[in-house]
Design a protein around this ligand. Structure first.
Ligand code: CAA
Length: 259
């Protein structure tokens, strides 16, 4: 597929994906969702990819769903657009490798919803966060009403969702919406540094950590423990990555991960 909005490069196990429609502050339209679904499927097939970093070009990460595309939609089309966004963002959660959001600027509406679907978030000190949909007489449509309260609690979520107030990176850090704030010029370096840490770890272990945390959230504690025990066990045995990692530790050498 010829991508018009998404740029990507893969090196050293890291897929760096940049949303590049800066003239519209990277607003999310149908083409974006089609490209993102296609790219996620392609990256999932690529055994070299261990982790993905997602960022935006220009002064925005993403300033929301594309208002110019949405304005003429009817009820059925609005529902369909919501489902397309929800499905795409769910695919980010379900993809086998961790996805890091590197939030370079505005993360508003659908942009914050996209960032929240990533596994964790690093932010430039200049980034701004908000769910301004109610300004437009709308509500979030890409699972923002569901993810925000799970990430930051009901009161923080309802404050942001009902007031449409924009908050800065330090406030986002304080409420747990982002995990780290960097100087703007250091954001990508820091994101790549953390991506490199992840890419060097036991590949199956990294994937299974994501599976256990993500799937475990929808389970009872006991069922989550069962899932963990099963996947823990799967990392043992002859020629397993767990065996290699533990042997390497005992032999005081770096591990060599085999598929
Ligand atoms: N959709 C479409 N176009 C957008 C956009 C959006 N969400 N956000 C910005 N743009 C466009 C602007 O229309 C403008 O285009 P033109 O140059 O052709 O006029 C261009 O991007 C630059 O934007 P501004 O001139 O407005 O830039 P600014 O620096 O003055 O303001 C801003 C930045 C405060 C982010 C402002 O652009 C803004 O408020 N954007 C809309 C934010 C918003 O309401 N997002 C929620 C969308 S609804 C949603 O996301 C629903 C959902 O959950 C599914």
């Amino acid at each position: 597929m010829e991508y018009q909005i998404l740029k990507h490069e893969i090196a050293n196990g890291i897929a760096l994906v940049t949303i590049s429609r800066p003239q519209a502050l990277n607003a999310l339209n149908t083409l974006f969702f089609n490209e993102m679904n296609h790219l996620l499927a392609a990256l999932s097939q690529n055994k070299d990819v261990r982790v993905m970093v997602l960022t935006g070009e220009g002064k925005a990460f993403v300033a929301g769903a594309d208002i110019a595309e949405m304005v003429n939609k009817n009820e059925r089309e609005g529902t369909d657009f919501s489902r397309l966004g929800q499905h795409t963002f769910r695919s980010i959660e379900k993809v086998a490798f961790p996805v890091i959001a590197a939030i370079n600027g505005f993360a508003l509406g659908g942009g914050l919803e996209l960032a929240m679907a990533c596994d964790f978030r690093l932010a430039s000190a200049k980034a701004k966060f908000g769910q301004p949909e109610v300004n437009l007489g709308l509500i979030p449509g890409f699972a923002g009403t569901q993810r925000l309260s799970r990430l930051v609690g009901v009161a923080n979520a309802l404050y942001l969702l009902t007031s449409a107030e924009m908050i800065g990176a330090e406030d986002a850090l304080r409420i747990g919406l982002v995990q780290k704030v960097t100087e703007p010029e250091l954001l990508l370096d820091e994101s790549m540094r953390i991506a490199n840490l992840i890419a060097a770890k036991g590949p199956k272990a990294v994937q299974l950590v994501k599976v256990c945390v993500r799937q475990g959230l929808g389970m009872s504690f006991d069922d989550g423990n069962e899932l963990e025990a099963k996947h823990f066990g799967s990392l043992f045995g002859p020629n397993s990555q767990g065996e290699e990692g533990m042997k390497a530790f005992m032999e005081k050498r770096p591990p060599v991960w085999q598929d």
